[in-house]
Write a protein that binds this ligand. Structure first.
Ligand SMILES: [Zn+2]
Length: 167
């Protein structure tokens, strides 16, 4: 296991579109475990995407189980995730390990349906909403080279300087 280096804005590599995963082998599973360790090491890390650590493949991990009293699926390893249905719109505050100094208000779908491959290569489908749906949409954006900064309606009104994290 190893902590991976996180690319931070304005690194241009964060704009790269990631490629689908074609083969799930031991090397990839070891990478997923390093990616997860890197996510859990970060402050408030509820999600991470492979391109944030310079690996431009379509993998994201989301785990919002640290947030009490919300509907969620626990630890999700999403390989080649695809949102198949969106419903509702809501503004919410987001942060990102690649944008450590800011948070921002972003409009996301409130409910989504999602299909993806799990670590065994099995196709899974889930429906989710609220905070978990937001986290998933945020991570899938990374796979398409987008940051929450790209989705702010107004930089002046929707971008907020973050308080320094306690280590
Ligand atoms: Zn992010």
């Amino acid at each position: 296991m190893a902590l991976l280096e996180i690319l931070t804005y304005p690194d241009d590599r964060l704009k790269q579109v990631s490629s689908p995963v074609k083969l799930i082998d031991d090397e990839l599973l070891a990478f997923i475990s390093d990616l997860e360790e890197t996510m859990r090491n970060g402050p408030g890390g509820v999600g991470i995407a492979a391109p944030q650590v310079s690996r431009f493949i379509r993998i994201a991990i989301v785990d919002v189980s640290s947030k009490p009293k919300i509907k969620q699926h626990g630890r999700l390893v999403l390989i080649n995730p695809e949102i198949t249905h969106w419903d509702g719109m809501k503004v919410g505050r987001e942060g990102c390990m690649s944008v450590p100094d800011f948070t921002g208000n972003v409009i996301r779908a409130e409910q989504i349906k999602l299909k993806y491959l799990d670590e065994e290569g099995q196709e899974q489908q889930i429906e989710t909403e609220g905070y978990e749906a937001r986290a998933i949409q945020h991570e899938i954006d990374h796979l398409d080279g987008l940051l929450f900064l790209d989705r702010l309606v107004s930089r002046r009104n929707d971008l907020f300087k973050r308080k320094v994290y306690k280590s």
